[in-house]
Design a protein. Structure first.
Length: 310
């Protein structure tokens, strides 16, 4: 299976405008080897704005550890944030790691590069055509649904996507979170919401690390802490979207300023209780481990079925 998608940063939203030109294409890919194949292709156009991540490391996080390990399909994002990966896993999430030393945010065709200010990760379900802070929330919610409801990865992703889109739409932000290039579309409300979500996830993660101690490296809870941060922000998504819509529609605020205002107002939404944080991390870690098990089973089913059909 080949994955191609576009990755968005969180900067320079003041340049957002509809009607910007530019295009890029993706290719087909396979599950399995030789002629035993199923083609999956994601094609998209990109627009000339300052919010695509260039030079970020991207991989299929097969073992759900929030790292791009040896043996996992990996690549580096191109001039408009695109990447292409070929993997045998139909369900493991896509992981993006941006660092100031390697990653830039650029205009269309690589113009006006700017270093990202700090390191961060973004995640997305395998089927997603984009990797954004919003897809990071979808992946975290899907992992919860897989563990709690005993559902397949695809069903969990569909439910998580529907829930998040419904919350956004009910509060004035319309976007297909797994498919829309909201930058290309000039969708300032979606772009501002995504930017605010990323900032709030980072803030909440810092609070979790402070309450739990360390950064999770020593006890293997790095991803659980990141996913817990995303879940906490998802729980408060309605209020974030509502403020951004009000800022843009009623206050004539730019998307960038609307994102900053919403992030500042909601800076305490990811409530962290030092007395319960270890239990919360443990619960999320268990959900991730179950999602990993299901993804492994689905890979075995996919590659076995593909081979049998040849």
């Amino acid at each position: 299976m080949k994955r191609t998608a576009t990755i968005f940063g969180i900067a320079a939203l003041t340049t957002l405008a509809a009607g910007c030109g530019g295009s890029s294409g993706g290719g087909g890919g396979t599950i399995g080897d030789g002629d035993d194949s199923t083609d999956v292709t994601f094609d998209r156009d990109a627009s000339a704005i300052n919010s695509y991540l260039v030079g970020a490391t991207v991989c299929v996080d097969v073992n759900f550890n929030n790292q791009c390990d040896s043996g996992e399909a990996s690549s580096t994002t191109a001039s408009e944030g695109q990447f292409s990966l070929t993997t045998s896993s139909p369900s493991a999430p896509t992981l993006v790691r941006a660092t100031p030393s390697t990653t830039e945010i650029t205009d269309f065709n690589g113009a006006n590069p700017t270093d990202v200010g700090s390191s961060f990760e973004l995640r997305a379900p395998a089927s997603s055509k984009v990797v954004t802070p919003l897809t990071t929330m979808v992946q975290a919610e899907a992992e919860r649904l897989i563990a709690n409801n005993g559902t397949s990865t695809s069903n969990a992703v569909s439910q998580a996507k529907s829930s998040i889109e419904s919350t956004l739409s009910n509060n004035g932000v319309d976007v297909d979170v797994l498919n829309d290039d909201y930058i290309e579309a000039g969708n300032g409300k979606a772009a501002a919401t995504s930017s605010a979500v990323r900032e709030l996830i980072q803030q909440t993660r810092a609070e979790i690390d402070s309450a739990a101690g360390g950064d999770g490296t020593s006890d293997g809870t790095v991803l659980a802490r990141e996913a817990l941060s995303a879940r906490k922000i998802n729980d408060n998504l309605a209020g974030i979207a509502t403020q951004i819509v009000d800022e843009i529609d009623n206050q004539d605020t730019s998307p960038a300023d609307a994102a900053d205002a919403a992030a500042n107002t909601a800076s305490n939404v990811g409530t962290v209780n030092s007395n319960t944080i270890q239990n919360e991390i443990g619960d999320v870690l268990a959900d991730i481990e179950e999602a990993e098990t299901v993804a492994e089973e689905e890979e075995e089913d996919a590659t076995g079925a593909t081979g049998a059909s040849g």
